[in-house]
Design a protein around this ligand. Structure first.
Ligand code: PLP
Length: 396
């Protein structure tokens, strides 16, 4: 099978050549000052991508899931009350992790395809006059359903209720691709990984802790060793880790931040919006619907596309892999078999997106769906023609 084709899964994403090279480096002593020259700029770069002045950034050899665990175990104690909404597979898994750690989660069941219900959060927080709720969880972008949520509105709910709970945000499929404002939104722990917006292989859990979250670590009693942020901070003070860091990936992360900041975060976000709009124009031309309930929650990093009743959407993914060597995402959990997903985040251009749209179209026609070959491609082409970017003159 050819590996020339881009992938259209919502992570891991396509790796730019420059990042592949940045990860490929000889062994260095990870307890030498040389390592600090990789580590500290990477942490500074992440802080900028988070739009934070004050976050403590920690980077573990792990994945986004390890970032969830870092957030919980460093700031909470068994029995602590947590508020979370379940609107897809990823929010579900984070809730499950809370429960396995002995946290008492109040779950707001939310229809898959809808965003987080900030108004319900506000009611519940307002009613919690004794401030039993210690943390509110928010999945910024539900990768299973292609739904983004309004984190500023969740912050607004906390503020309106005058509630001191911490706000933990899963930004695994949004950070570095969609606008994320850690300080402005009062996010206490931001969680992401290396293999989505940062365009690297999986292998790093990346978290930002606010001063309030750092203060909570002093009293939190959940057991933690590998993910202990104080051990990590002590290591960083000596240009080191409490164990062996993933040096090549950290070098890649440093370079990834440089790329993102060179392009300009606002340009990165605009590129994701534009590419996503083209995909959505194609979906519309196919006569299909997104899982996302309305335009205010459309994700700019992944589209989950509903197929007609009686059709197994997973067949499209299998067929695309077998016949065309192209990867799309399957439906997960409640929407398994009902949707397939086009991931459109990371290192991607309009032209690459067109190839994914064209391939999805071929698959659907091959499998007998009533779709006109070229219809989605044409709709996306029209969109991209009318919303062109200026190709960077200094592009390498
Ligand atoms: C991918 C993803 C995760 C899980 O991250 P891993 O790196 O696979 O552990 C968590 N949350 C969201 C929203 C994701 O998209």
């Amino acid at each position: 099978m050819s590996f020339q084709n881009p992938v259209f899964i919502p992570g891991p994403t396509n790796i730019p050549e420059s990042l592949r090279k940045a990860c490929d480096m000889p062994t260095i002593d990870h307890r030498s000052p040389l390592f600090g020259q990789i580590l500290h700029p990477a942490r500074d770069g992440v802080r900028k991508v988070l739009k934070s002045e004050q976050a403590e950034v920690f980077i573990f050899p792990s994945t986004g899931t390890g970032g969830w665990e870092t957030a919980l175990t460093n700031t909470l104690s068994a029995g602590d009350k947590i508020l979370a909404a379940r609107n897809g597979m990823f929010s579900h898994r984070w809730i499950d992790m809370c429960q396995r750690h002995g946290l008492d989660v109040q779950v707001v069941e939310t229809p898959w395809g809808h965003g987080l219900p900030a108004d319900r959060y506000e009611e519940i927080l307002t009613a919690d006059t004794g401030h039993q709720i210690k943390a509110v969880l928010a999945t910024h972008n539900e990768t299973a359903t292609g739904v983004k949520s309004d984190i500023a509105a969740v912050r607004g709910a906390l503020d309106a209720a005058g509630h001191p709970a911490m706000l933990f945000v899963d930004g695994v499929s949004s950070i570095a691709s969609m606008d994320f404002r850690m300080d402005e939104w009062g996010v206490d722990v931001a969680v992401t990984g290396s293999q989505k917006g940062f365009m690297l292989t999986a292998g790093l859990a990346i978290v930002g802790f606010s001063p309030k979250a750092m203060a909570a670590t002093k009293t939190a009693k959940l057991p933690r060793t590998f993910f202990d942020v104080h051990d990590m901070a002590k290591g960083y003070a000596n240009n080191a880790y409490p164990y062996t860091p993933a040096v090549g990936l950290l070098n890649g992360l440093n370079e990834a931040c440089r790329m993102l900041l060179d392009e300009g975060l606002e340009n990165v976000f605009a590129r994701h919006t534009r590419i996503a709009e083209g995909v959505r124009a194609a979906v519309d031309a196919w006569g299909l619907e997104l899982c996302a309930a309305d335009p205010s929650v459309y994700s700019d990093t992944v589209s989950a596309i509903r197929t007609p009743d009686g059709f197994n959407a997973t067949d499209i993914v299998t067929h695309a892999a077998e016949k065309y060597g192209v990867a799309f995402g399957v439906g997960l959990g409640e929407v398994a078999g009902k949707v397939f997903r086009i991931g459109h985040l990371g290192s991607l251009t309009d032209v690459m997106a067109l190839s994914g749209i064209a391939t999805a179209e071929m698959c659907m026609v091959d499998l007998g769906l009533d779709i006109k070959l070229g219809s989605g491609v044409a709709a996306a082409q029209e969109y991209y023609r009318g919303h062109g970017i200026e190709v960077q003159k200094d592009a390498a």
